[in-house]
Ligand binder design. Structure first.
Ligand SMILES: *Cc1c(COP(=O)(O)O)cnc(C)c1O
Length: 446
């Protein structure tokens, strides 16, 4: 983008100046509309989410067989919803926020198999492809068949002839790689420069081929897609456009309904629900948001959080350019300690679906991620990775930034904040090795 083009963009959308300066930004989405109005125009429906949930249920016996740690949950990969009142008090005290109501942590950081939110979408897409292949080749006679057949030697021999490939900053590769290797596929994960060494090592220990690139996430995806297209026996998991990934994430919302009921947490006009989700390319937060809006409509308010150096979704949505613009176009590096969020160009598919649904977005400086990480660890004894800590910026800023204070007022929420519930979507962390945790705990950035 030329200097002149950037100037014109900043005039049309003043927020771009804040983003280009890598300053923390707060954005309230002016295109959001009442859910009833938005829903008719969306490319996916609740029936699609129900279908994904049913598919996961069909695979539960197989999952239990491959991953005995899922036995207690009946083969469902689900995380707990945990109330974190001491974290709320700490944030109010240390950050000057005024969080009222209940603060909860959705611990996707502790999801079985992949230790991140990617255990939802990534594993779902591998299973969906597996079901398609198994039905096609007659390993399964129908969706009523016994899915533990998929673990038989004959089935594994068949799956070995196929390859799965994916581009990743780390966690998606872990999820796709571990699940695909468990089914029996050949797997190639194309890792961007941001990917952590321990994630590559862990994948290789599962027999996964890891290709490393000096370039960013978009380039890793491009390489992966080209490599997969060249092999007729290969399937490419396309994080930028996949509806399967998106629907796998969306199932989280259905499960959350029961968890909120269990905790006697109502969600209605007098009891608003606020959800804060770290965003990279958009698939995970977008899918979860889509599901939440289907189930809670206008009573749920979802905000994304991105690093100041990689605000790709905010940039795409606020300018309306979606995936036609990258953070590098406005002079940012795309480099961040939040490896899971190190994405320069958002998914156009997700951005368009989010336009009428998303409440807004925040950006956060890397240094704060580590402070929030220590806040949670010290007050609640829960470790989550720095990328996941971005969520905390949302709840801290909500009642402090003029933009979101305006949002609360304009939507008649101010008087209900005592009854509000806030969910921090903790997107990853349980697989981080002990020595890396120690390193994070002692990281202090300017
Ligand atoms: C992948 C990831 C996200 C964001 O998901 P996207 O689909 O890339 O937007 C957030 N947090 C962590 C820890 C992740 O690994």
């Amino acid at each position: 983008m030329t200097e002149q083009e950037l100037k014109a963009l900043e005039t049309a959308c003043p927020l771009v100046s804040t983003l280009a300066a890598a300053e923390e930004a707060v954005w309230v989405n002016p295109e959001r509309v009442p859910f009833a109005q938005a829903n008719g125009g969306l490319p996916l429906t609740m029936a699609d989410v129900d279908d994904a949930e049913a598919r996961l249920a069909r695979f539960a016996p197989f999952i239990m067989q491959c991953f005995p740690e899922t036995k207690a949950a009946g083969g469902l990969i689900e995380s707990s919803l945990t109330e974190v009142p001491r974290l709320r008090d700490r944030l109010n005290q240390r950050c000057g926020s005024a969080i009222t109501g209940r603060l909860l942590l959705k611990q996707d950081s502790h999801l079985a198999i992949a230790g991140s939110v990617k255990a939802r979408g990534g594993i779902y897409e591998v299973l969906k492809h597996t079901e398609d292949l198994a039905l096609e080749t007659g390993i399964l006679t129908g969706t009523e068949d016994d899915y533990t057949k998929l673990a038989s030697p004959q089935a594994r021999e068949m799956f070995r002839r196929y390859t799965i490939q994916v581009g990743s900053t780390g966690n998606l590769g872990l999820s796709i790689g571990i699940m695909s290797a468990a089914v029996g596929y050949q797997v190639i994960v194309h890792m961007s420069a941001d990917a952590k060494q321990w994630k590559k090592d862990l994948l290789r220990s599962h027999g996964v081929t890891v290709m490393e690139y000096e370039s960013d996430y978009s380039e890793a995806v491009k390489q992966g897609r080209a490599s997969s297209d060249a092999n007729p026996m290969s399937y490419f998991v396309d994080d930028e456009n996949s509806t399967a990934l998106f629907l796998g994430y969306a199932v989280a919302a259905k499960r959350l309904v029961g968890q909120l009921k269990e905790k006697n947490i109502p969600v209605d006009a007098q009891h608003p629900l606020f959800v804060y989700i770290p965003c990279g390319v958009g698939g995970a937060p977008g899918g979860v948001t889509f599901g939440l809006k289907q189930l809670f409509g206008d009573h749920v308010h979802v905000f994304f959080v991105e690093p100041t150096q990689a605000p790709c979704m905010l940039l795409g949505m606020a300018t309306g350019k979606q995936n036609q613009i990258s953070v590098q176009d406005i002079g940012l590096t795309g480099l961040t300690h939040a490896d899971g969020l190190a994405v320069g160009r958002a998914s156009g598919f997700v951005g368009r679906v989010m336009m009428p649904l998303l409440s807004g977005a925040f950006t956060i400086q890397d240094a704060k991620l580590y402070d929030y990480m220590r806040d949670l660890l010290e007050t609640e004894k829960i470790f989550i990775e720095p990328s996941a800590c971005a969520a905390m910026e949302g709840v801290v800023k909500l009642t402090q930034a003029p933009e979101t204070i305006g949002y609360l007022r304009d939507n008649g929420l101010t008087e209900h904040m005592e009854n509000a519930s806030h969910i921090l979507w903790a997107t990853g962390g349980s697989l981080v090795p002990e020595e890396i945790r120690e390193e994070y705990i002692h990281t202090h950035l300017e």
